[in-house]
Design a protein around this ligand. Structure first.
Ligand SMILES: NC(=O)c1ccc[n+]([C@@H]2O[C@H](COP(=O)([O-])OP(=O)(O)OC[C@H]3O[C@@H](n4cnc5c(N)ncnc54)[C@H](O)[C@@H]3O)[C@@H](O)[C@H]2O)c1
Length: 452
């Protein structure tokens, strides 16, 4: 019997197509919450699972805990009879389709940490039954779905899993998330969804699920192709950002404006895509994902010199910026030590509140290390949270014409649109701008502005 005619597969496909299949989304964060919403809006009944009781509680209370998604996402779910959120992983057995969207961070030595995927796999295994499709969405190295997640599920299933055959009774797939929080032009529903199964039957089922909530679903031949495609996308960004960061350092002594150069090059209608320099990489993906590939490549005896060079350049950017701060202060007769510096923006990019891997933390620490007295301001982040390698315990300070006068230098790290750039240009003594946020003030700022 072929997979396509196997009764379990046929029945599950029909349940998905008729919106009778129940979907469990594990991890209700930046990826899982909008995905649960998109599939729910497509007509499927959804249960959201999270180990953090705060997430189901917030949804039940209609409280939006991810600002950039807007309030209606949470209230739509709260008000629906087809959605529930829970911390009770015993209910995973009720789900025909289980989608895993848990974090994939780095360990202490920059090695992949798939511990969240494995602990989730254990929970799934405990209630594994015939007729379930498990899809991994967390970004990871190629092979994780087949070689790590599915074996962990079967191991946890123990006796229950005995006799269940992959591709016949139970199905598995990988579908990468390509969410870009804060981007207005695209959302979960409009970003094409890659989908690769562990076998043809799994690909067909996973594609059917996503077609319910996502405009374009793109099947690929294997889960490994889908896993590698996601890593390629993020490595491509990391490498190109490193290239323009290097270009910035090359053009600066030549007194050529790197932003103008990039915008000029971007007028070419083919063969070029603009990337912009900054104070360093941030977010949960771009600084982390290339390391997943590097680690996996080593297992196969392959070294990733190009990717590692990009990592080196990007990691060095906060040091480069702090050197520019020191130079600018020095040119105005001041030392870094005891200078008062205001860092504008804590989030890793404009108009969101996500601080994961944000270079602002590194900038603040490096400046403090050189003896500067540092404060930060961010309308989206009232206080610093403890993040992977920083525990700053600071609170955002207001930016006013009066408060700006206290600072010897303002360092622009994140160009939030909520900042009043006119006022900042007018009242700051010195500015180091890593984002080209002060462009329309270049002339009037004279020698008070330094681009970094
Ligand atoms: N944030 C993005 O823009 C983005 C984009 C593309 C891909 N990704 C990838 O998606 C995955 C999830 O990232 P995110 O940004 O949504 O993370 P997140 O931290 O916002 O959300 C993860 C959620 O999972 C929960 N969680 C952790 N361990 C769990 C477990 N064992 N069981 C159940 N829930 C658990 C957390 O409480 C949290 O609510 C990562 O692999 C990430 O690389 C993220």
């Amino acid at each position: 019997m072929t997979a396509a005619t196997a009764p379990v597969h046929t029945e599950l496909l029909s349940r998905i197509e008729q919106c009778q299949a129940r979907v469990g989304v594990i991890g209700l964060g930046y990826v899982g919450l909008p995905l649960a919403h998109a599939l729910h809006q497509g007509g499927l009944p959804v249960i959201g699972f999270d180990i953090d009781p705060g997430k189901p509680k917030a949804i039940k209370a209609g409280k939006n805990y991810l600002q950039h998604l807007g309030d209606s996402m949470v209230t739509d779910l709260r008000d629906s009879k087809r959605f529930e959120a829970t911390t009770d992983f015993g209910r995973l057995g009720e789900c025909d389709v289980i989608i895993v969207a848990v974090p994939t961070p780095l360990g202490r030595h920059h090695e992949p940490d798939i511990g969240f995927i494995l602990s989730t796999a254990e929970s799934i295994g405990k209630t594994l039954r015939k007729g379930q499709l498990i899809i991994l969405e967390s970004t990871t190295y190629p092979g994780t779905t087949r070689d790590d997640m599915m074996p962990a599920i079967f191991k946890a299933a123990g006796e229950n899993g005995k006799g269940l055959k992959l591709g016949v009774d139970v199905f598995g797939a990988f579908s990468p998330e390509r969410e870009d929080p804060g981007r207005k032009s695209h959302n979960t529903r409009t970003i094409p969804k890659l989908c690769g199964g562990l076998d043809a039957a799994s690909t067909e089922l996973a594609c059917a699920v996503y077609r319910k909530g996502i405009a374009e679903v793109v099947p690929v031949s294997t889960a490994e192709v889908a896993e590698a495609a996601k890593i390629l996308e993020n490595t491509f960004r990391a490498v190109n950002i490193a290239l323009v960061n290097e270009l910035k350092a090359i053009l600066e002594p030549m007194k050529i404006d790197v932003w103008e150069v990039i915008r000029a090059a971007a007028t070419k209608p083919f063969g070029y895509m603009p990337f912009f320099p900054g104070p360093g990489l941030g977010g949960h993906c771009i600084p982390i994902d290339p390391f997943y590939l590097t680690w996996k490549a080593r297992e196969h005896g392959v070294f990733t010199r190009f990717i590692e060079l990009a990592g080196e350049i990007n990691t060095n950017m906060p040091h480069y910026v702090v050197d520019r701060v020191a130079e600018h202060l020095n040119n105005h007769g001041k030392a870094v030590k005891n200078s008062k510096v205001l860092v504008l923006g804590l989030a890793y990019k404009a108009d969101i509140d996500d601080v994961r891997e944000s270079p602002s933390f590194e900038l603040i620490e490096l400046l403090m290390h050189r003896g500067a007295k540092v404060e930060y301001s961010d309308p989206h982040c009232a206080e610093t949270k403890t993040v992977r390698s920083h525990d700053l315990r600071m609170k955002s300070v207001p930016v006013t014409a009066e408060s700006l006068k206290q600072f010897d230098l303002v360092l622009v790290s994140t160009a939030h649109s909520a900042f009043d750039w006119d006022m900042i240009a007018k009242h700051s003594k010195l500015i180091v701008d890593t984002r080209d946020a002060m462009r329309r003030h270049h002339g009037e700022l004279g020698n008070r502005l330094k681009l970094a």
